[in-house]
Design a protein around this ligand. Sequence first.
Ligand code: SF4
Length: 85
Amino acid sequence: MSLNIAWMDHAACAGHPDPDLFFPTADNRLTHKARAICATCPVTAQCSTFQHDTGSEGVWGNQHIKVKDGKRPDTVKLRAKRANR
Ligand code: SF4
């Protein structure tokens, strides 16, 4: 599947110094900082669509998405893309 990620160029989280904010772990369930950034983002709809299409976990489209085991994509790659835009 070819994914459109051009919208990430316009993401409010692009280049954020701490992309881990968007991928909370069991030890770090707080997402309010990430969601505050999402609240200013012009591509929230595209972000939500991307999450839906990929089954990605983490904060996407101003929501904290938890994915059941066995359906998790390579979030490390997605994190890198979001952080390096
Ligand atoms: S809505 Fe998506 S692209 Fe925008 S800041 Fe939040 S996580 Fe990043």
